[in-house]
Design a protein around this ligand. Sequence first.
Ligand code: DND
Length: 252
Amino acid sequence: MSESKSKRSATRGGPRPRVSGVRQTGVHAGPRYGILGGTFDPPHLGHLALAQEAYTRMSLDRVWFLPAREPPHKPGRAISSAADRLAMLERAVASDVRFAVSTVELERPGPSYTVDTLAELRARWGAGVWMALIIGWDMLAYLPQWRDAAGVIARADQIVATHRPGAPAPEGEVARLEEQLPGLRAKLTVLPAPQLAVSGTEIRTRVAQMLPVRYLTPDAVATYIEMRALYSVVDQMARGERGGEQAGGVGG
Ligand code: DND
């Protein structure tokens, strides 16, 4: 795999509580990996806090951040280049040995369907690796619309979802999703993660308004945004976001 960061041993700072009874047995004798896919335009503290919570509560060995080449749910939406999003993500996780970036989706042409990514990772990592797909509640609610959602559920060893500000977990939603996607509930862990009301949309809007984004995203990312003039009025015009505003899709 072309990982943009070399493998290092993860920190093991004391006992890590689990939220589920999932155990490493049988074929999954290898490492426990979390997979956090996203547009990451830009990566921010909400992503990092989610990854950290999953790492700790699910007793993971590493959380892999996977920037999408073409997020399937944001058709026609102007997003920053893959190179910029990758550079920001590398800066965001650089100082944390628990996290790493995988370019598996950037290497594949076309929309970055998660079902294809899970198949690819399984082929590269082998049967021994335990894979937990980490997603915010907005993405879980949208799961029935994903490409081959049943295949996503079948290929992930666990789906770890957390509610987030603006995307709460309504009563009965899991039951509703289970009706549409039989087998989801058995794979699902609902994670009580810190609620950080930060989103890519908010950061992009603040930069365009010349408001600071420090403390919403790691300093190294804020510096990169400034250096590349990302999300500035000029950049937004180049991305075709002003006047017509963004095209459709879901997610921040
Ligand atoms: P986003 O564009 O929402 O990522 O994409 C999430 C993932 O879903 C990507 O890997 C997509 O390829 C995949 N997807 C979506 C739709 C269809 C299909 C696949 C398909 O295969 O058909 P963002 O960069 O916006 O966010 C990354 C993750 O972090 C998301 O799960 C989001 O919910 C979560 N997140 C937060 N969680 C907690 N607190 C916050 C968060 N902000 C974002 N403040």
